[in-house]
Design a protein around this ligand. Structure first.
Ligand SMILES: O=C(O)CCC(=O)C(=O)O
Length: 245
C-alpha cells in the first residue's frame, strides 16, 4: 500500500523513489531473459520494434510491468480500473546521449492527460551511469517545451528559462527497485559517462475513463486492463500475453 507519507511525497514532489520490487538477484534472472529473448529480436507487433511495449508479446516483461508491488501503489493514485497502456526500455550504454529535461504530458497522447509512470531499474542506476533526475514540485507549474539542440535524444525539451536546474535531485535505484512519477514532473538523464550500461523499463499506467489513441499511430498497440474492469467502453483492450495468465 501507499502510506499517507508516500502519497504526500508523490503529491508534493511529483515523484516517489526508491520503492522495492524484487531483490537484485531476482532482477538478475529477469535481466538475463530480457537480454537473450526480448532485446535480441523485434516484437511480432511491427510498431513496437525492439524496445516498445514488449509486455504485449513477452510474459516476463508483462509480469514485470504488472508486478503487484507496482500496481498496489499506482492504483490509489489512479482508480481501481487500472490500464497498462505502454512500456519502453530505456537502454543507456556507455557514451549514450543526454535525455533532455521534459515532462511526459508534452509527448503522451491521452484524453484527458492522466498518467502515472513507473521506471524499473533492470541495471542499477546511479549518478555515474545516468540515473533519472527530477525537479521536485515542477508538476505544479505549466512549463512549455521548445526545440531541443542537436545531440539530445529528444526533439523537444522543457523551456530552460522556466525552471531552475540547480534544484534537480538524483533518483538512484539498485537493480530491482522502481520509482513513480507524474505526467507533469520535469525529469532528465545525463549522458552516460561511466563504463556501465543503464537499462530501465518505463511503464505507463492510466485508467479506463481515459481515451487512448496510441493504436492510431502505432498499429496493434492497445492497453491491457491490469486491475479492476472496463466499466466505460472507451477503448479496445488486449489480453495479457498467453503464458502469463
Ligand atoms: O530513462 C531515461 O533516461 C528517461 C526516461 C524517461 O524520460 C521517461 O520514462 O519518461
Amino acid at each position: 500500500m501507499l502510506s499517507s507519507a508516500q502519497r504526500a511525497s508523490f503529491e508534493d514532489d511529483g515523484y516517489l523513489a526508491p520503492l522495492d520490487l524484487c531483490s537484485a538477484e531476482e532482477m538478475a534472472d529477469v535481466r538475463r531473459h530480457i537480454e537473450a529473448h526480448v532485446l535480441a529480436h523485434k516484437s511480432p507487433i511491427a510498431s513496437c520494434g525492439v524496445r516498445k511495449s514488449r509486455h504485449l508479446d513477452d510474459t516476463v516483461v508483462f509480469r514485470l510491468a504488472s508486478h503487484p508491488a507496482i500496481l498496489i501503489v499506482v492504483q490509489p493514485l489512479l482508480t481501481e480500473n487500472l490500464v497498462l497502456w505502454r512500456s519502453q526500455f530505456f537502454v543507456k550504454n556507455p557514451g549514450d546521449r543526454e535525455i533532455p529535461w521534459h515532462h511526459d504530458g508534452n509527448f503522451l497522447k491521452l484524453d484527458p492527460m492522466i498518467n502515472v509512470s513507473a521506471w524499473i531499474a533492470i541495471d542499477a542506476a546511479d549518478e555515474e551511469n545516468s540515473c533519472l533526475q527530477f525537479v521536485p514540485g515542477s508538476h505544479k507549474r505549466a512549463i512549455d517545451h521548445v526545440p531541443a539542440p542537436d545531440g539530445m535524444e529528444f526533439l523537444e525539451m522543457a523551456d530552460p528559462t522556466k525552471f531552475d536546474v540547480t534544484e534537480a535531485i538524483n533518483a538512484p535505484l539498485r537493480a530491482g527497485q522502481f520509482l513513480l512519477f507524474s505526467d507533469r514532473v520535469l525529469h532528465h538523464s545525463n549522458a552516460n559517462t561511466s563504463t556501465r550500461r543503464r537499462l530501465g523499463l518505463a511503464v505507463r499506467y492510466t485508467h479506463t475513463g481515459v481515451r487512448i489513441d496510441l493504436h492510431k499511430t502505432n498499429p496493434g498497440q492497445y492497453g491491457i486492463v491490469v486491475r479492476g474492469s472496463d466499466d466505460v467502453g472507451l477503448n479496445t483492450y488486449l489480453e495479457p500475453p498467453k503464458a502469463a495468465i
